[in-house]
Design a protein around this ligand. Structure first.
Ligand code: FES
Ligand code: FES
Length: 163
């Protein structure tokens, strides 16, 4: 980590959705604010800022993290995937299609975090049981209480990815 004098900013260099970015930011900037405000990737949401809701979930070096829980400087040198990185050539990822087709979006505020956590879950366990899905998503809160459709969407997504 390189600290520069001007305004006590710190250089952060990260690879996000396959593209390297370099910015000088406050050492106290949260990763979620870096992603949204510095990089303009607003698909990642802030729901609570207290590590409760999971709306800010992204993948950091392949692991799902709540990006309101770590500082941007802690991600220096890492690879990050956000919801914007899942679709290819404007074609939705099968998990996104499954959420859409199973009416798991509702207000949609929690959706990108749910989808990123689902992506991580299905990488670990391509054919999870309903109990395993509930367990895997327990750190993500949907305030629309729409969990049933979300569970259905994850089961559907697991089938699509295994087809
Ligand atoms: S905004 Fe990060 S867990 Fe809620
Ligand atoms: S869809 Fe509204 S909070 Fe989950």
């Amino acid at each position: 980590m390189q600290v520069v004098n001007k305004g006590d900013k710190v250089k952060v260099r990260v690879k996000v959705n396959g593209v390297w970015y370099e910015r000088y930011v406050s050492p106290r900037m949260l990763l979620v604010d870096f992603i949204r405000d510095e990089l303009g990737l607003t698909g990642t949401k802030v729901g609570c800022d207290t590590t409760t809701c999971g709306a800010c979930t992204v993948l950091l070096d392949g692991k799902s993290v709540k990006s309101c829980t770590i500082f941007a400087v802690q991600a220096d040198g890492s690879e990050i995937t956000t919801i914007e990185g899942l679709s290819v050539d404007s074609k939705l990822h099968p998990i996104q299609e499954a959420f859409r087709d199973n009416f798991a979006l509702q207000c949609g505020f929690c959706t990108s975090g749910m989808i990123m956590q689902t992506y991580f879950l299905l990488k670990q366990n391509p054919n999870p049981s309903e109990e395993e899905i509930r367990d895997g998503l327990h750190g993500n809160i949907c305030r629309c209480t729409g969990y049933q459709n979300i569970i259905r969407a994850v089961i559907d997504a697991s089938k699509r990815l295994r087809a």
